[in-house]
Design a protein around this ligand. Structure first.
Ligand SMILES: [Zn+2]
Length: 314
């Protein structure tokens, strides 16, 4: 419905009426290949599709850097009309091999959020383990483990995945070593030299609603500190893993002043905290970027009209 209705208005009108100060679309990865550790989790953009998104951004938006957003938040500068900042979560290898060089070629700033324990391929993300095992199980008709046993695993019982792997004689360590799914410290340093910004994406990517407030605070503060110190950064920014809409005021109060900016995934919604911004995922559908923006803006305009455009935090 929103798809059709959004075409009753010009894109320019939708962007203006949505009154968004900075558009924050985010991705994880861009590739033409089947990435085994992601394949069973979500669909990502292929190269041609992503270049289409880039052209759409270039035609309709003004790219701003993380430094400009931070200065804007401190009240030092104004942002241009239709400001946009790109970010990528999970610190994947394809950032260094494809995404960053392409963005650099087009002079587009971006922030890459890395999960502290996964840098240098030291540890495997439990969701990636899930994807790998969902592939591996096809070659094990003898096993009693089912696909749903694998899919049902969450952050808290993630060690079960290691047991499943052992049963299938599969080694995550070998995959980490050979495939190297995550960025290395050296690659991150090169990205910084190229002018990109780096943020933290927690210690080991828990789903925040599955862990208590103390652990949420620890994941935020310890990861931002680690990334800031390791890469000698003048800023500390954090992107919540999965989602942040149920992260409480208590948690935000505990991190206020210790982290410069946090990024959630609640679309165009406005946060009640000035140091928290909301982004929207570009990989939920395979629609072209313009379609996604049109729908997001129209929904947001309606929500704004109904007074429901702000996040509610307990
Ligand atoms: Zn993530």
């Amino acid at each position: 419905m929103f798809k059709t209705f959004s075409y009753l208005f010009s894109l320019k009108c939708l962007l203006k009426k949505s009154k968004v100060d900075v558009f924050l679309p985010y991705y994880h990865v861009v590739s033409d290949k089947n990435i085994e550790h992601i394949y069973h989790l979500y669909k990502y953009r292929n190269i041609l599709h992503f270049i289409g998104d880039i052209n759409f951004f270039k035609e309709n938006f003004n790219f701003v850097s993380l430094h400009e957003i931070l200065a804007y938040k401190r009240g030092e500068i104004k942002l241009p009309k239709n400001a946009l900042h790109l970010s990528f979560d999970d610190g994947l290898q394809e950032i260094a091999s494809f995404v960053a060089p392409l963005l650099k070629e087009h002079n587009i700033p971006a922030t890459f959020f890395v999960t502290a324990n996964f840098v240098d391929n030291k540890e495997m993300f439990y969701k990636f383990k899930q994807s790998l095992l969902l592939e591996e199980i096809k070659y094990h008709p003898e096993t009693e483990i089912t696909e749903s046993d694998i899919r049902e695993i969450n952050y808290l019982n993630r060690n079960e995945l290691d047991k499943f792997a052992k049963e299938m004689n599969y080694s995550f360590e070998k995959y980490l070593e050979e495939r190297k799914p995550f960025l290395t410290s050296q690659q991150i340093e090169e990205l910084i030299k190229m002018g990109f910004s780096i943020g933290a994406h927690s210690i080991d990517h828990p789903r925040f609603k599955e862990v208590d407030k103390e652990e949420q605070i620890r994941q935020i503060l310890a990861s931002t500190k680690k990334i800031k110190e390791k890469f000698n950064l003048e800023y500390s920014v954090f992107a919540f893993p999965f989602e942040d809409n149920y992260v409480s005021s208590e948690v935000f109060a505990a991190i206020e002043g210790k982290v410069d900016l946090t990024f959630g995934t609640s679309g165009l919604n406005e946060d009640i905290y000035n140091f928290s911004m909301q982004r929207f995922e570009m990989e939920k559908t395979q629609d072209p970027a313009e379609q996604i923006f049109r729908e997001k803006c129209l929904k947001h305009i309606i929500k704004r009209y109904l007074g429901k455009h702000k996040l509610v935090r307990e």
